[in-house]
Design a protein around this ligand. Sequence first.
Ligand SMILES: NC(=O)c1ccc[n+]([C@@H]2O[C@H](COP(=O)([O-])OP(=O)(O)OC[C@H]3O[C@@H](n4cnc5c(N)ncnc54)[C@H](O)[C@@H]3O)[C@@H](O)[C@H]2O)c1
Ligand SMILES: O=C(O)CC[C@@H](O)C(=O)O
Length: 410
Amino acid sequence: MKTSYPKEDIKVLLLEGVSQSAVESFRRAGYSQIEFHEKSLPEAELKARIAEAHIVGIRSRSHLTKDILENARRLIAVGCFCIGTNQVDLEAARALGVPVFNAPYSNTRSVAELVIAEAIMLLRGIPQKNALCHRGGWTKSAAGSFETRDKVLGIVGYGHIGTQIGVLAEALGMRVIFHDVETKLSLGNARAASSLDDLLERADVVTLHVPETPATKLMIGATELAKMRKGSLLINASRGTVVDIDALAAALRSEHLAGAAVDVFPVEPKGNDDAFVSPLVGMDNVILTPHIGGSTLEAQDNIGIEVASKLVRYSDNGSTLSAVNFPEVTLPEHPNSRRLLHIHRNVPGVLSRINELFSAGNINIDAQFLQTDPQVGYVVIDVSADEAQAAILKDKLAAIPGTLRSRVLY
Ligand SMILES: NC(=O)c1ccc[n+]([C@@H]2O[C@H](COP(=O)([O-])OP(=O)(O)OC[C@H]3O[C@@H](n4cnc5c(N)ncnc54)[C@H](O)[C@@H]3O)[C@@H](O)[C@H]2O)c1
Ligand SMILES: O=C(O)CC[C@@H](O)C(=O)O
């Protein structure tokens, strides 16, 4: 059957060592042209490779800017094999008619477990004791070493990760407070702080779980660090842009903070062979981890399956359920119809032009699905048409002013 993109011609580009479970999912779904890279690619190479690809899968390192996306003429969908989607210009992707998918839940438990472990380690002063032992030292002392029980944990960003941390922390006997821009249902005995400042002033351990947005950029700087309790601890496993890292280094040097655990950095190495540079390097009371909060085999395996299946579903069936930048439609299968997709700028008149086209051609519409957002309209039309009629319809759909993409799916 003639479609706009026969499966065997669809090129899938997978970067940053996404789990093999993703590769297997694409193969099982009949996709054979899969290009896999262990690392992110340098910008020029990324631009060249993505220009050939129909589907691209990335993690947090690859920045899909407007320029790169506009150059990716064949691209139909982007998969972020992680939670964060800040590395993709979502508006630019939407304006080009390219939905972006992610895995909003699959690694949240892994991050929560790491944060709890770090809170315990920091409260006990283990990072510095461990470092000293490695240098042949010995400090058998209870000074600066505390139980978690009854300590106040301040969670900034009480979403999927923040709430799980709250539940785990309460099981250890911690008192949980949180700050969020949205009104959130408190789980267990957690209580909303009256403001970020209130949280910073009360918490023994502050942990950050906000997304990277303009509002969270440098949300924790010198002023906020100064508001934290003397001897308190900071954990950042959200995004490197959320904390002013030089101000954090200064707060640790002055011993205002007793320690920190940092998993994400304003500038991160592109891959495992590149050097890591940070003002926190060499500080014994800081746990440094290479952005592995969500990197467990379980999480990566699940993310691979979750995001690949969303991309396959979109490519095979047109469903955009859970796309982060695009009108969402869930589509039933109509194997006896032909399915056409039309993505357009949401301007008056496009839908009537589409429908006129079918009535003029005396083509029966078996089912039609429409979803719009203020910028983009997405119409899926199942029709009784033969192969030649579908091809003609596709060309006519493509010629409607305001069209971003059109496609014969099956
Ligand atoms: N280190 C890692 O490996 C790793 C793994 C997964 C996620 N992350 C990061 O963690 C972030 C949070 O993940 P999640 O699944 O909990 O996301 P989420 O969307 O479920 O929760 C984020 C919460 O932050 C709140 N928020 C947004 N802006 C805020 C602001 N300015 N002030 C206060 N609260 C604000 C939101 O309302 C929401 O409740 C992700 O966006 C990602 O960047 C890191
Ligand atoms: O795997 C990654 O590169 C990012 C992990 C994490 O920060 C996320 O956003 O899910």
